[in-house]
Design a protein around this ligand. Structure first.
Ligand code: ARG
Length: 456
């Protein structure tokens, strides 16, 4: 395709380092889409004759059928998907195929195809994140009244509703969705018509190609248009952030499923056994989500490192933009589906959760709050008194709710002739009615709002 000025061919290693077809074949649909938009515009602008344009369109449609059925042929000699398609077009319609590349370069061609690909990828991600959000809402609703320990420092802190806990992840995913949507909005401008880097002297209609490809309009600087890859970095960054959320969720499932916790049991569908320990049921899928999340962020770093030192406009380094995005997208897709499957099918062991919530004097804050509210004791003093009460219970091996009013009175004489508050985990949870708090009524409200938002 470019051999005019060369006497000899490339060495085999040159071919190998140069070729992107082994991976960029994934752009075939988007490349054909871009070519169809371009050729229709060339004909409308009388840059090529409409007979030729029609031949090219029919040829491209045939290639579309062929590749759908048989996949994309990989020939390193043809370098990349753009040349592979052009070569096949030439075989089908002859030299007329050569008119397709009028007023176009592979630089704006690849920028266009890759943008379209990433846009499709974002749409896929948005659909599967929506599915995961629905799954989470469902499990949250079922488990509003199940109580588990809320932790800080992985030490039992205060009891919380499991519905509330699930909904915390729903909130993270909402922001992830937002990040993908805004990445999509920024991405949705067309580089096509920027040609190699400087634009072209042909009288193009860039609005026409932009609109027909579903873009909001043409990009306004040709140098930027062929060399910008922030749309790919935006995708990777949104995916990394979201995968990080999934990784935290996975980590909790791993902890919850371990025997000393026993908060949840994983379904057979999402567990594996051990080849030596017959009793084992391992949360491999959750561990892999946690691991994949690291690799996804690694791909964000990989592309940032590729791009950071490049002068304008196109450099071949940029061919390395695709593997990180493809790898991250594949891993991320698996992570979302696996999380959804695991959450959907895990069994909640409410008794163990409640036991856990009841341990570690998790309602101590409720006692301190009561001293403040009912006895008008400053919070710092209340904190101190409660600390002494906890120490007493620990020594006596009783729960905080079992402490007598005499004991409390002996700790602080102001606690006299009063009825003690409900220090059960249920009492604690239902008292936390502040906006965003864990009281079941609040959680119910949040779930209703989320259902509405998700069209459920
Ligand atoms: N395969 C190339 C890539 O993905 C296409 C662009 C090639 N452009 C060039 N000027 N050699 O980056």
């Amino acid at each position: 395709m470019w051999g005019g000025r060369f006497a000899g061919g490339p060495s085999s290693v040159m071919q190998e380092i140069n070729a992107s077809i082994p991976f960029d074949k994934r752009l075939w649909k988007q490349d054909i889409q871009g070519s169809l938009a371009h050729v229709k515009m060339l004909a409308k602008q009388d840059i090529i004759e409409s007979d030729d344009a029609n031949k090219i369109i029919v040829g491209l449609e045939q290639i579309f059928e062929e590749f759908s059925e048989n996949g994309v042929p990989v020939d390193l000699m043809l370098e990349d998907i753009h040349m592979t398609i052009e070569k096949r077009l030439t075989e089908i319609i002859g030299p007329t195929a050569g008119r397709l590349h009028t007023a176009r370069s592979r630089n704006d061609q690849v920028a266009t195809a890759f943008r379209l690909w990433v846009r499709d990828a974002i749409d896929e991600v948005l659909a599967s994140l929506h599915m995961l959000q629905c799954t989470i809402i469902g499990r949250a609703e079922e488990n509003i009244d199940v109580i588990l320990p809320g932790f800080t420092h992985l030490q039992v802190a205060q009891p919380v509703s499991l519905g509330h806990h699930f909904m915390a992840y729903y909130e993270m995913l909402r922001r992830d969705v937002d990040r993908f949507q805004s990445a999509r909005d920024r991405l949705n401008m067309s580089p096509l018509g920027s040609a190699a880097l400087a634009g072209t002297g042909f009288d193009l209609d860039r609005d026409m190609t932009a609109i027909s490809l579903g873009f909001d309009g043409p990009m306004s600087n040709s140098l930027d248009a062929v060399s910008d890859r922030d749309f790919a970095l935006d995708y990777l960054s949104a995916a990394s952030q979201s995968a990080l959320h999934l990784s935290r969720m996975a980590e909790e499932i791993i902890i919850w499923a371990s025997q000393p916790y026993g908060f949840v049991s994983m379904s057979d569908q999402w567990s594996t056994g051990s080849s030596i320990m017959p009793q084992k049921r391992n949360p491999d899928a959750a561990e892999l989500v946690r691991g994949h999340s690291g690799r996804i962020t690694g791909q964000l770093n990989a592309l940032m490192m590729v791009m950071k030192g490049l002068p304008l406009a196109y450099s071949k380094d940029m061919q390395n933009d695709k593997p990180p995005v493809f790898e991250a997208h594949d891993l991320f897709g698996l992570c979302i589906i696996s999380m959804s499957g695991m959450i959907e099918t895990l069994t909640v062991n409410a008794d163990n959760m409640r036991k856990g919530a009841n341990s570690g004097f998790s309602t101590a804050t409720d006692l301190a709050d009561w001293l403040v509210r009912d006895l008008n004791i400053p919070f710092r003093e209340a904190h101190h008194i409660t600390g002494a009460a906890v120490a007493h219970c620990e020594a006596q091996q009783i729960e905080l709710s079992q402490i007598s009013s005499e004991t409390l009175k002996s700790i602080d004489s102001r606690i006299d002739g009063v009825t003690l508050p409900d220090l059960s985990v249920e009492g604690s949870v239902s008292s936390r009615t502040s906006y965003g708090g864990t009281a079941p009524n609040r959680v119910r409200e949040m779930i209703q709002a989320a259902k509405k938002e998700c069209g459920l």
